[in-house]
Design a protein around this ligand. Structure first.
Ligand SMILES: [Zn+2]
Length: 143
């Protein structure tokens, strides 16, 4: 069976898991915590790079800032959408105010912007606050 590398959201350890349509149970081989947790991870430059280099799944990154009203209003929708992709895609959040290095690297001009990455490359990006249903539909296109 094909395997895919997944970075544990809890300890950052790399796990090779069988590639499946859906997952009902999966625990990290390093810290034993569940790999099915979908809460978006808040990343800094170091943890973002580590994820990009070690995780072979689709990574969905929400570039936001605390002062941005539409960003704050989209946050629950982003969390909700993540629940549909347990272990299929890793949802992450980048605070562009604190992590200007990453924001600059991808020339983020307006927020919120969501970028889909696969194997450290940009697959697609979309700007503006979206409801959960639209985020889910957009992510599904790239799975
Ligand atoms: Zn772990």
């Amino acid at each position: 069976m094909d395997k895919i590398n997944v970075v544990c959201p809890h300890c950052g350890g790399v796990n090779a898991i069988p590639l499946k349509e859906t997952y009902t149970k999966a625990s990290c081989g390093h810290c034993k915590a569940s790999l099915l947790d979908t809460k978006p991870l808040s990343l800094n430059t170091e943890t973002f790079d580590r994820l990009m280099l070690n995780d072979q799944r689709l990574v969905i990154a929400d570039f936001w800032a605390p002062w941005c009203g539409p960003c704050r209003s989209m946050a629950p929708a982003f969390e909700e959408a993540a629940k549909s992709f347990a272990l299929k895609a890793q949802f992450v959040k980048i605070n562009t105010e604190e992590e200007q290095t990453i924001a600059g690297r991808f020339s983020i001009r307006s927020i919120p912007t969501i970028i889909a990455f696969k194997n450290n490359r940009i697959v697609d990006q979309i700007s503006g606050a979206l409801p959960a249903s639209q985020i889910i539909a957009w992510v599904r296109k790239h799975l």
